[in-house]
Write a protein that binds this ligand. Structure first.
Ligand SMILES: [Zn+2]
Length: 475
């Protein structure tokens, strides 16, 4: 194989959407992104199902669907133990871009990629993300310690994203981003491949979507940092700017376990006074937060009081319940096969039909599309997948909380103003990349094979994506 003397840099902007960025680019507020679009190839990027930060970033880094990763969400439901468990980076079974690069002798640097804790050993550097990392041992190799200290690397910011976004909070977030770019700048010359993720754009957009001036300020500052960073990138470097999913205004929230309860799929142990019981439950996050509560609460995933409450699973009468959902945004339904008396496929179809006929009482719109796991996943871990995946239509979200009133419809329990959608961003610029071209949507699975191709590494057959050939100039 001929070694390609190129560099590839990926900047991951969590939740970035053209819907928000386009008008600011046109107005000249985001000159760096605008210049990259004018001089490169851009388009939208179809995310994974579910279009959530995890698994989406892992689908990017592996080029594979969740059925080949064994991971469908940050956490999963262990039906045997009847509890939620959190995933570790070692639960992801597929090779990532940097594993292939290591095999072929290339060196990589991965900064703040979600799902990278604990950091694995690669030829290069990994600095795990704050969302799944803990302040100790979050980087590899240990010799990075000195550099991280020297630049005051900020692993996580002390900001409560649910509170109004003050100038001070924004300043903290931007300082954190600056420290990520600073680290990237230092390590850039030592590596062939660099991935840098900015994650906090996601929670800021969730909670402050209606404050467009603040969002504009955040993106303007990111654009400025990106501009400074790309000046340091050499000529023979491909630059990819991408997101893991898009974002849109939230119109309504479906409380899926309330629905399962009302329709007889879940039975609660408590006799009679369910509403009272539920006021004590409120959330499933107890188990999850035992591990990452400190960070999750800052991101608005749950409050401290909720952490202390007992989780729903201990209130479920499993001898009488056939299905339960987990997930915040997209619903993942797990069936309790011990109690299913009818044919499983019959039950799945019945659930699918019933769920797909749910309408937003305000608009009469159908709000979800339900997929059987075999319809959308392939690979050795499909048998670990949730049985049904309940995907909300644009503007809706599905949550697993039980709200006090047992209503199927309600406001977002965490006060989010926006939720994800399928359409992220993709942008590439560099040697022999076409100029000022818009391409048809690509998928998140296409990025990894395209990067391997840039390094002249053959694309393994079990990768689901394809090389995005249309970005290259014809030779
Ligand atoms: Zn995300």
């Amino acid at each position: 194989m001929i070694r390609n003397e190129v560099k590839v840099v990926v900047i991951g902007l969590d939740g970035a959407t053209w819907n928000l960025l386009n008008s600011w680019m046109e107005n000249g507020d985001l000159p760096t992104l605008n210049k990259l679009v004018q001089n490169g190839v851009s388009g939208s990027l179809k995310s994974s199902i579910p279009f959530l930060t995890i698994p989406a970033w892992k689908c990017y880094s592996t080029g594979k669907n969740p059925g080949k990763l064994g991971v469908y969400l940050f956490y999963y439901f262990d039906m045997k133990e009847k509890r939620i468990r959190i995933h570790k980076s070692t639960d992801f079974k597929a090779k990532e871009i940097w594993d292939y690069l290591t095999e072929y002798g290339y060196k990589s640097c991965i900064i703040n990629m979600v799902g990278s804790y604990p950091p694995k050993r690669i030829n290069g550097f990994i600095v795990s993300s704050a969302i799944d990392g803990v302040p100790r041992n979050y980087f590899y190799p240990s010799t990075l310690d000195e550099t991280l200290k020297k630049i005051n690397y900020i692993l996580e910011v002390d900001v409560n994203f649910k509170s109004p976004l003050s100038g001070n909070s924004l300043k903290k977030i931007i300082s954190c981003f600056k420290s990520r770019f600073k680290l990237a700048e230092i390590l850039l010359n030592e590596v062939d491949f660099l991935h840098l993720s900015l994650f906090y754009t996601d929670p800021v957009q969730h909670f402050h979507w209606n404050e467009k001036e603040k969002l504009k300020l955040m993106w303007t500052l990111i654009d400025k940092e990106l501009g400074k960073f790309i000046e340091k990138i050499g000529k023979n470097t491909y630059l990819i700017v991408m997101s893991d999913h898009g974002f849109c205004k939230l119109k309504g929230t479906l409380y899926i376990n309330n629905w399962l309860l009302k329709n007889g799929y879940i039975t609660i142990k408590a006799k009679g006074k369910t509403a009272e019981t539920f006021s004590k439950i409120a959330t499933f996050f107890n188990n999850i937060l035992r591990i990452s509560g400190r960070i999750a609460s800052k991101l608005g995933l749950a409050t401290k009081e909720q952490i202390e409450r007992k989780h729903l699973f201990s209130y479920i009468d499993w001898s009488k319940s056939v299905a339960v959902a987990i997930g915040f945004g997209v619903g993942l339904i797990y069936l309790n096969h011990e109690t299913i008396k009818s044919n499983v496929n019959y039950l799945k179809n019945k659930l699918k039909d019933q769920l797909e006929s749910i309408v937003d009482p305000k608009t009469g719109e159908n709000v979800v599309k339900v997929f059987n796991r075999e319809e959308i996943y392939s690979g050795p871990y499909v048998n670990k997948a949730p049985d049904l995946i309940v995907v909300p239509k644009v503007g809706y979200q599905v949550v697993h909380m039980i709200n006090r009133s047992e209503e199927v419809w309600g406001k977002c329990p965490h006060g989010r103003k926006a939720f994800h959608d399928m359409n992220g961003i993709f942008l590439v610029y560099g040697p022999n990349i076409r100029r000022n071209i818009k391409i048809a949507p690509i998928t998140i699975y296409d990025v990894a094979p395209t990067i391997l191709h840039m390094f002249n590494i053959p694309v393994p057959k079990d990768i689901d994506g394809r090389v995005i050939n249309e970005i290259f100039m014809k030779q």
